[in-house]
Design a protein around this ligand. Structure first.
Ligand code: 13P
Ligand code: SF4
Length: 330
């Protein structure tokens, strides 16, 4: 009965007793149930702090593929949970709030993408991990922002390639690999929002600062960047660099780990276009909270389900990505 109600809300909407120490309770539940908590860098800081592992999309998939836990709690968005479920069909995969979708994945409906692929026979299909399992099922190889360049370059220069769904990442990879991949016209609402004017203003205010940008940003923002990379790459660059100040054009959740690893440095979130807020948060990622994580572990709900026929096809391009990444040492 309760589950029917939770199915409608997409999460366990039961109030948590305010006397419960959530961190202690989550830790106890995870041990009791042999569960592992994986979190993306765009999660709230308190979720990142309690997770067994925090990483980018590639690292989360790699971690899910090798865990021996019985339950995977994926603190991220729906496609990340699906990827974990496809890789581990016998495990229970939970996401604290099933409403945590992704505007980029939504910009690529599976039926339309399958039709597009059908209209282009002879093309190799490369899909960004930010897609549904159904899109992955009609894909030859999946990529993330960490390995997209290397995986595209693993194909001959004259290979005919469809790349979806992110047009900004696709254009960027085309430019750095000197290719002409056919692009799906999708985008992420967070990364498309960064304001060129406001970044230029910040650069003028802090001339010593370097601009770090995620390749999902528009080309006009990427042109301003001193370094372009996945969340994990931006983090690595910022912590290794001699420079002390950075303007960061990606979801602002990454600043938590940047600040933790480099407490002596200053990280300024790049501002979006139309906002009174100085940061740029993914509304989907931020649906997960510590309370929802606690309830999710307690009731083992909501669970990610993937149609077995779709999973059977989707697992192939995901495993291909993991194999290539391993060979490349990524
Ligand atoms: P990475 O985790 O690959 O940097 O991608 C960011 C993202 O958009 C996750 O949704
Ligand atoms: Fe999707 Fe963009 Fe949110 Fe990442 S930041 S989950 S690409 S909507």
């Amino acid at each position: 009965m309760k589950k029917d109600e939770w199915l409608k809300t997409g999460f366990v909407n039961e109030p948590v007793d305010k006397d419960i120490d959530l961190k202690v309770a989550i830790d106890r539940l995870r041990k009791e149930k042999n569960a592992v908590i994986l979190a993306h860098y765009y999660q709230e800081g308190e979720i990142q702090d309690i997770a067994d592992f925090v990483g980018d999309s590639l690292a989360l998939a790699q971690w899910a593929a090798k865990t021996t836990a019985d339950i995977i709690v994926l603190c991220g968005v729906h496609f990340m949970g699906e990827t974990a479920k496809v890789l581990c069909p016998d495990k229970k995969v939970l996401v604290p709030d099933l409403n945590a979708g992704c505007s980029l994945a939504d910009s690529c409906p599976a039926d339309k993408f399958a039709q597009f692929v059908k209209e282009h026979p002879g093309y190799t299909v490369i899909s960004y991990v930010n897609t549904t399992a159904a899109v992955k099922a009609v894909t030859d190889v999946v990529v993330t922002s960490t390995n997209a360049k290397q995986i595209v370059e693993s194909f001959p220069k004259d290979e005919k390639i469809i790349f979806g769904p992110d047009r900004n990442l696709g254009n960027y990879i085309n430019s750095i690999t000197n290719r002409n991949m056919l692009l799906w016209d999708g985008a992420c609402h967070v990364h498309e929002q960064f304001s060129v004017e406001k970044i230029v203003e910040l650069k003028a205010q802090y001339p010593d600062a370097l601009v770090l940008a995620h390749p999902e940003c528009k080309s006009t923002v990427l042109k301003l960047a001193d370094y372009i990379g996945s969340t994990a790459a931006l983090l690595k660059f910022a912590t290794k660099s001699e420079v002390k100040r950075f303007i960061v054009a990606t979801e602002s959740g990454i600043l938590h780990e940047m600040q933790k690893q480099a407490p002596d440095k200053t990280f300024i979130p790049a501002p979006p276009n139309d906002s009174t807020c100085a940061c740029n948060e993914c509304s989907f990622m931020r649906l997960n909270t510590l309370e929802k994580l606690y309830n999710c572990l307690k009731y083992e709900f909501p669970e990610i389900e993937v149609d077995p026929d779709i999973a059977k096809e989707a697992v192939k391009p995901i495993k291909r990505m993991l194999d290539i990444s391993e060979q490349l040492g990524l």
